[in-house]
Design a protein around this ligand. Sequence first.
Ligand code: DON
Length: 338
Amino acid sequence: MKHIFYLCIIFFSLTNTCFTQTRKENTIVINKNEQNINDLLSTIWEESQTYISKGQVADYIPELSKANKNLVGIAIIDNKGKLYTKGDTQNKFTIQSISKVIALMIAVNERGESYIFERMGYYGTNAPFNSFDEIQTQNKPLNPMMNAGAIVTTSLILGKKEEAYLKILKMIRFITKNESITINQAVYLSEKKTGNRNRGMFYLLKNYGLFEAEDEESLNNYFRQCSIEVNAEDLAKIGYFFAHDCTRFDGDKTYYNPEMSKLINSIMLTCGMYDYSGEYSRKVGFPSKSGVGGGIMGVVPGKYGIGTFNPSLDNHGNSVPGIYIMESLSKKLDLSIF
Ligand code: DON
């Protein structure tokens, strides 16, 4: 009996020691990973500075030309909802074309995928974001990420006057859990005043009967959605949402919909970076969406949501340091989905 008692004590103390060591080891590994990601972000952030001079701030919307070219922010949220940041992740900028994925989600939820895609294609593109070409050859836009497709998408969201824009704003606030997000009125008015190319497109699309519109309110809603101000952390949270079947970063499943994230991610992969999408897909390898405000939102399915910010753009309308950051993160963390 005594022997059994001593054997039990030896067994329990041994297993307990092992357990403590394993736990300690795990803790070290977890902390080490956190440290690794923070170190990696610092290195990539430093390196990205050399790319600032290679691009230009957008000035075709006059108000955008006021952006500070030297700001660089990187935000990543891992699959447990933990946020890592480096640099200017609190600085606000207008979401611009990144809003197109939110508008698409709302339009598809309301009308169904086939209704929306009878009025635009699933094609990629070799033309810039503001191209008219595809409308003339196909009688409808190539895809919902180009301006033409995005104007149709927003015009198909149900509701009068500002309602479509307000739905988009509400959805962005929900996904980011950030009620302070709102419109930059100066950018909106600047876009509205100078956006004659988009206005011309709006009337051409209306001419083809792709949507009904009594006035320019749905075009204004497109301008409004582009003028919503976010920061890099907000973009990482939107990325997380589409990386996790439309689950919010805190686990909220109100809009849980794996089919929706599959649709949005596949569209982003083929045309989210416009006529750079093919090369981006080879070099970065995960769905992303850029905006001329300087943001890029990245989706690593099942893993990370990524947001980058720097307003120095290349001739595709994508941030040059932002592309460098996405490429480096993809290589260093092995994030390509291929
Ligand atoms: O319609 C426009 O031109 C802008 N509001 C949005 C364009 C945009 O963000 C293109 N993305 N890189």
